[in-house]
Design a protein around this ligand. Structure first.
Ligand code: HEC
Ligand code: HEC
Length: 276
């Protein structure tokens, strides 16, 4: 596994040889004192996304799962923490969100801490992923606005990876109370200052009202997508009104519309897809 990782890094070969040689085993494995030091580091550098206690937060996955998606050995974890995961919010050491760079020893201490918090038995499956999938594409209408594995609508964010990168609680909160924390923007999710989804309602010069989400905006124009996935490029000074709001375009699914059990099934479906 680890060798494969090194081989994949041809452009960074020199760096990789250096790091691979030095970083293939955790000098602090199983050391309780190092785990304590790691906990402290984790709170400063990681808890913002992965939550206090490693259980996952709004932006990062639960790291107590014994079976992880990208990382198996401690050495894999060292690479992920040092280099981040390109194309995701997981930053490289010393970059955005991770504060000042950590030393190798500090990274190993954090890994020792994460290992000490892992739950060894796989979490028993909560909910039925099969039924959740039926609901997602059927009665619950999620696929009107969301794409999973290439199928579905585009008004809301693509959800293929959401089950692997968000906790169950965060997904449930997004469905029960979408406006509480708007998702990161369509185009900007991996940039340093991600733009959040913004809902927008405009009235054009001829009195037509269009509601949707913004794709791009500058002082003079706005590009938006409406509920039918039509994209509109509008000059602001020609509009009768232009209103943005932090109210999600996603309907709030109360327990009367979607029971806790059905929602658990949908989350089970998203988690099963996200774990692939
Ligand atoms: C800005 C948010 C953010 C910060 C800060 C952050 N992470 Fe992450 N991390 C993520 C996200 C998002 C993922 C999941 C990426 C994906 O698979 O889509 C991730 C993935 C991981 C993984 C891989 C999990 C797996 O399933 O294989 C590890 C390990 C990890 N992070 C450890 C850390 C550690 C340790 C720190 C602090 C030094 C940290 N992260 C800081 C967002 C963050
Ligand atoms: C009318 C369109 C629409 C429908 C229907 C809809 N959503 Fe959404 N959803 C959105 C939009 C737009 C956002 C982004 C803004 C926000 O975060 O509220 C979003 C955000 C989300 C997020 C947060 C994503 C993230 O990256 O944090 C999740 C999870 C989610 N929706 C799940 C669902 C599920 C599950 C259903 C079905 C029960 C559903 N949505 C139905 C439009 C919709």
């Amino acid at each position: 596994m680890f060798r494969g990782w090194c081989r994949g890094l041809i452009p960074l070969l020199l760096l990789a040889i250096g790091t691979c040689a030095a970083d293939d085993h955790n000098p602090f494995a199983g050391d309780a004192k190092a785990a304590k030091a790691g906990e402290y580091e984790f709170r400063i550098n990681c808890a913002l996304c992965h939550g206090l206690g490693v259980h996952g937060g709004g932006r990062g996955p639960d790291l107590t799962r014994a079976v992880k998606k990208h990382t198996h050995s401690d050495a894999d974890m060292f690479q992920v923490i040092s280099n981040g995961i390109p194309g995701t919010a997981m930053p490289a050491n010393g970059t955005n969100g991770q504060g000042v760079g950590m030393t190798d020893d500090e990274i190993w201490q954090i890994i020792t801490y994460i290992r000490s918090q892992e739950v060894k038995a796989p979490a028993s499956a909560v909910g039925s992923a099969g039924h959740g999938k039926d609901l997602f594409y059927g009665d619950a209408n999620c696929s009107l606005c969301h794409m999973v594995e290439g199928k579905g609508g585009r008004l809301g964010p693509e959800l293929t990876a959401v089950g692997g990168s968000r906790t169950r609680e965060a997904i449930i909160e997004s469905v029960r109370d979408p406006s509480r924390r708007l998702a990161w923007g369509l185009t900007e999710s991996t940039k340093e200052f991600p733009q959040e989804y913004e809902s927008v309602t405009v009235v054009t010069a001829d009195g037509k009202e269009i509601k949707g989400v913004t794709l791009n905006e500058d002082s003079f124009s706005v590009q938006m997508m409406d509920a039918n996935e039509q994209i509109h490029l509008l000059e602001k000074n020609t509009l009768r009104s232009f209103q943005k709001s932090r109210q999600s375009t996603m309907p709030k699914y109360g327990a009367d519309v979607l029971s806790d059990k059905d929602l658990a099934d949908i989350v089970a479906y998203l988690v099963s897809v996200g774990a692939k």
